[in-house]
Design a protein around this ligand. Structure first.
Ligand SMILES: Nc1ncnc2c1ncn2[C@@H]1O[C@H](COP(=O)(O)OP(=O)(O)OP(=O)(O)O)[C@@H](O)[C@H]1O
Length: 285
């Protein structure tokens, strides 16, 4: 069980999921992130294991997006290491990073699709950038990805501006899955979707996570999404990870952010939904 007080022992901070899941897919050690005089992360440690959905939560400006960008090698910390699949990406060159990114998928909240490209071309883009795949392979793969995310082939030649918000998310997810990544990064995946679309997108992520055996790293403010998807939650506060674990463990940590975020009216409502869903699953067994 993690405690709220800052501590130096990364192993205690990063208790693994109960089953043996091998070495971490992402391992962050002693991270220091600074912008000018502002320190965003200090002594931040985090391990993310194969096959889990790890959600990062924290107050506004606590450095969730920056942390995600550091895992992608898009930003570099002032100190510390970020290893992805064992490679220290803080020390990797651009060529190596480009190669490594072929094993990751990313779904960003903004700029999800290129507005000047059709849905087909958007999803094909990562495959074309490899410059190694014949056109018929790309075509078949794009249509397969579209099917996987529930987008019919009739949408292939549409422009993003012709799609609904939910369809844009699905197309962006298809593009994130284009190169069959083992690791998927999601930044606010359900932001901007109404509750029904949000629920169906969460179900889609659940299905793909199970079928493709993905490891997922997600940043979200949405408690329903968080509770529905997360294997574990990492809470960012006081410049580092103050708690990480399954939601039931994190809720026991005595920290003002955790109380306010999870145990306010919205948090309680989302927890009730989670408990009802779990009770339903138990009675189905
Ligand atoms: N390129 C940059 N230059 C200067 N400051 C930056 C830069 N990028 C991020 N910051 C600062 O770092 C802090 C963390 O930013 P970040 O966007 O990661 O927060 P966040 O936790 O994702 O917040 P939110 O939940 O509001 O999206 C903020 O104070 C932000 O202003």
């Amino acid at each position: 069980m993690n405690e709220a007080k800052p501590k130096r022992d990364p192993q205690r901070l990063n208790r693994r999921p109960t089953e043996d899941v091998g070495p971490p897919v992402v391992q962050i050690r002693d991270l220091l992130t600074r912008f000018g005089r502002t320190v965003v992360h200090q002594d931040l440690n985090l391990d993310i294991y194969s096959g889990e959905i790890l959600s990062i939560v924290g107050g506004s400006g606590t450095g969730k997006t920056v942390l995600l960008r550091q895992m992608l090698g898009l930003e570099h910390p002032a100190r510390g290491t970020v290893r992805v699949f064992g490679e220290d990406i803080t020390a990797a060159g651009e060529d190596q990073l480009r190669h490594m990114r072929n094993h990751w998928g990313m779904l960003f909240q903004h700029g999800a699709l290129y507005s000047a490209l059709t849905v087909f071309e958007n999803i094909a883009l990562p495959m074309r950038e490899l410059r190694a795949l014949p056109e018929e392979v790309i075509r078949a793969a794009v249509l397969l990805k579209m099917e996987m995310v529930g987008l019919g082939a009739e949408h292939a030649n549409k422009m993003p501006s012709d799609l609904s918000g939910g369809m844009i998310k699905r197309a962006a997810l298809a593009r994130a899955l284009a190169l069959e990544p083992q690791l998927l990064f999601l930044d606010e995946p359900t932001a901007g979707l109404d509750p029904d679309l949000s629920d169906s997108f969460v179900e889609l992520i659940q299905t793909l996570h199970a079928e493709l055996k993905l490891t997922v790293v997600m940043v979200t403010h949405d408690l329903d999404t968080l509770f529905a998807l997360s294997s574990r939650i990492a809470v960012l506060a006081d410049k580092h990870v103050i708690a990480v674990g399954p939601v039931c463990d994190v809720l026991k940590v005595d920290h003002p952010f955790i109380k306010q975020f999870f145990l306010g009216p919205r948090g309680r409502r989302a927890l009730e939904v989670l408990e009802q869903r779990q009770a339903g699953q138990e009675s189905e067994k």
